[in-house]
Design a protein around this ligand. Structure first.
Ligand code: ADP
Ligand code: MG
Length: 507
């Protein structure tokens, strides 16, 4: 595939104004599916189930089977709508969106079309540079997820070039809420960062509500990013592309930035943008064409005849409103105060989309400073190298345990990083890994003293220098001891002991 020409980002921004629109799909973690009693694989209890084991007749569209709306999914959707500042429809309806696709056995998806359950909301999103945006929400509607296809045999995992495809209907019928923003204008060069920060904010809201596990790498939270450019000064929006299912927060920012640069090069060259979906390629950091898309997609939507309208009791809505967690902006202000972080440190956490992880790690017993350090330091470094989100690598409780082991003096930072590697590799909890890999710090002074005496005896010139008052010479001995202990010693303690032994009665 020919590589697309790209315009320099700053130049693109001088000539064009980006407009973005974000569609976020949230898989709800109800126990059962949207319209059937089959277990929901997005619920913790049913993770990792064998393919095609979490399926009811409704999920396969078997003749005679009829859908029933999941009441919990409706309540979760209302809570989410309220948390997004939306109005809740007195009456909303399901609709059939008709299309053939092998992962949707009914040949239609039950979704909501012109009568979504929630509409007209607003979310406050703050960027690392301090800019605050009110992102207008157009609607949040309920729908069911489709199954999952696995294309086997090709080089890319896509259908092109595959030998055969497998279909797993476990995901068919998983309850989804799709949250759609209005077109976002005015972000300028901040558009890519805003896209990322918006998704991070949605994730925080969803996690605070407890309505989804919101793991992007597992597809619990998926984002389609619409991007268009218009020449500066032009009123009318340009033609948009929709980059599908970008599965990490970092990739959302990269994908929006890439589309701005790609579209700018085409427009500057006198070309036109094709309205289409595009695929994001994590490895190359590029997008490629998906399918053409018209505004009036011919899905032949019509009201779902097998379901009654959803007419929530106003008392229920007020009950759910009263039970809403703190709004994200207020929560951020509170946590910032409680943790005592600087603006820069706190925004770093928020913008990395790690607020939920740091908060959960603190709740599991770590100090805020240690929680921040592990998530924004080592875990982010490893995640970036792997092209994943840090949240995909470790659980907050594991990070808290790691921090506790450092606090207790069982691990040095260096050893803790090795333990973390084990955690990421799925070897167990930090304590289990310390035991299994024998990684604990040697805190037994006897063993250290023996190694120190040996090192001093091997380097008599260094010993003489230390005795002469040239304490910086001790570094060579400390290094030798750390090496002998395979790094499993506390360097500060070794230094103390080296100086003690060197000046002590040794000869
Ligand atoms: P579709 O059915 O194509 O997915 P949706 O209405 O679900 O359409 O979502 C379209 C998204 O694109 C919305 O977030 C909308 O605000 C945004 N959008 C619409 N027009 C433009 C445009 N010209 N440029 C950028 N974003 C746009
Ligand atoms: Mg859409």
């Amino acid at each position: 595939m020919a590589r697309a020409a790209l315009m320099d980002f700053d130049e693109a921004l001088e000539r064009f104004e980006p407009v973005i629109g974000l569609e976020v799909h949230v898989e709800l973690n109800t126990k059962t599916k949207m319209f059937s009693s089959a277990p929901n694989p997005a619920h913790a209890e049913f993770h990792g189930a064998e393919p095609n084991t979490l399926v009811a007749p409704v999920d396969l569209g078997l003749p005679g089977s009829l859908p029933v709306v999941n009441g919990t999914a409706v309540r979760y959707s209302i809570s989410l709508g309220l948390a997004l500042g939306c109005s809740i429809a007195e009456s909303s309806r399901f609709a059939r969106k008709n299309y053939f696709y092998p992962d949707l056995a009914k040949n239609y998806q039950i979704s909501q079309y012109d009568e979504p359950i929630a509409y007209e909301g607003s979310v406050e999103v703050e960027l690392e540079n301090g800019r605050v945006f009110q992102v207008a929400i157009e609607r949040a509607h309920m729908e069911e997820d489709a199954g999952k296809l696995t294309h086997v045999g090709g080089a890319t995992g896509r259908i092109q070039g595959a030998e055969y495809s497998l279909v797993d209907y476990n995901r068919a019928g998983v309850p989804l809420v799709e949250i759609v923003t209005k077109p976002i204008v005015g972000a300028g060069a901040d558009a890519p960062a805003l896209a990322r920060a918006y998704v991070a904010t949605i994730r925080d809201i969803v996690l605070a509500l407890g309505v989804s596990e919101a793991r992007m790498e597992r597809g619990n939270l998926r984002c389609d990013a619409n991007v268009s450019l218009r020449p500066r000064g032009q009123e009318q929006f340009g033609t948009r592309t929709e980059t599908k299912n970008v599965n990490s927060m970092r990739s959302i920012e990269r994908a929006v930035r890439y589309e701005i640069q790609r579209q700018a090069a085409i427009l500057a060259d006198g070309g036109t943008i094709t309205q289409e979906t595009r695929h994001w390629h994590e490895d190359t950091g590029t997008t490629s064409p998906g399918r053409p898309k018209s505004d009036a997609d011919d899905y032949r939507y019509f009201p779902e005849p097998d379901l009654l309208p959803v007419v929530p009791d106003p008392a229920l809505i007020e009950e759910l409103r009263a039970a809403l967690p703190e709004p994200p902006a207020a929560r951020r202000r509170r946590l910032k105060g409680e943790w005592g972080f600087t603006d820069l440190d706190f925004q770093g956490v928020v913008n990395a989309g790690l607020l939920a992880e740091v908060a959960a790690t603190v709740a599991a017993g770590a100090t805020p400073a240690a929680a921040r350090k592990w998530w924004t330091g080592e875990l982010t470094r490893i995640a970036n190298a792997r092209g994943e989100d840090p949240a995909a690598l470790a659980e907050p409780a594991q990070v808290a345990e790691l921090a506790a082991l450092v606090d207790e003096g069982v691990l040095t930072d260096r050893l803790a990083r090795q333990v973390l590697e084990g955690v990421i590799a799925g070897e167990g909890s930090p304590r289990e890994i310390v035991d299994a890999r024998g990684l604990a710090v040697v805190s037994d002074d006897g063993a250290l003293v023996a190694a120190i005496d040996q090192a001093l005896a091997a380097q008599p010139d260094v010993l003489a220098k230390i005795r002469d008052g040239k304490v910086q010479a001790a570094g060579a001995v400390i290094g030798a001891v750390m090496k002998a202990m395979q790094g499993k010693a506390d360097a500060a303690r070794v230094r103390e002991l080296v100086l003690e032994r060197a000046s002590g009665g040794e000869g």
